[in-house]
Design a protein around this ligand. Sequence first.
Ligand code: CTP
Ligand code: CA
Length: 230
Amino acid sequence: ALRPATVQDLKDERILITAGPTTTAIDAVRYITNHSTGRMGAAMAEEALRRGAVVDYVLGVDKGVVRPVPSRGSEGRLHLVEVRTAEEMAAAALSKLPTATGVVATAAVMDYSVASPSASKLKRASDAIALDLVPSTDVLGSLKGAANGQWFLGFAAETDNVEEHGAGKLKAKGLDFLFANAVSKLGASGATGFAVGTNAGVLLSAKGERHELALGPKADIARQIWDLIA
Ligand code: CTP
Ligand code: CA
């Protein structure tokens, strides 16, 4: 069936998107990460490409991570960079910032990094061990600090007081928009948050606007977010 052509309302935009999890190594064979699979970022990228944008996509990769699938004809407008650590993500994103018109930060960046990963494999022992963790680079904060006119959309996944925490982050991080969603308990037939195909939440703007988006596929959530901010 013929579908109506998507409006090309992002054709003058070059959008920098961070997505997926970051990881931090414990030793040569082990690492710590989170449950992000990059699905919300992929949905945001696919819809932006459909609407005519150029997308610089900085993806934290891990097992099972999802990559955007560009619609036919938009393949050449997707530029994918794969990273693992928060520090690598910050460096890659900062290098793409000067040409960006806007930033979409969907990445689930690890807030802490292992202080001194072991170059060799740690051996099993009967004693308890402690891992020293130090704060990771704030990717979005670095981008904000280096910005020259770009607009910013952040994401926040919260287990409680979703909107209150979201509003606090919108303000504290100096963003134009923030999408806040609840994280369902893992294993529950949860429909929002990590590693699921659906989401729901509230889009907040610096101007004080507030739009609740009902539960739906992440592609539908992405389309509504772009409808609201385009
Ligand atoms: N973010 C980032 N780099 C970090 C942490 C967060 O770029 N080191 C970005 C995320 O991609 C997201 C936004 O900041 O767009 C909010 O992330 P979140 O983890 O909710 O914010 P935090 O300030 O880390 O708060 P929390 O203590 O709830 O994790
Ligand atoms: Ca965090």
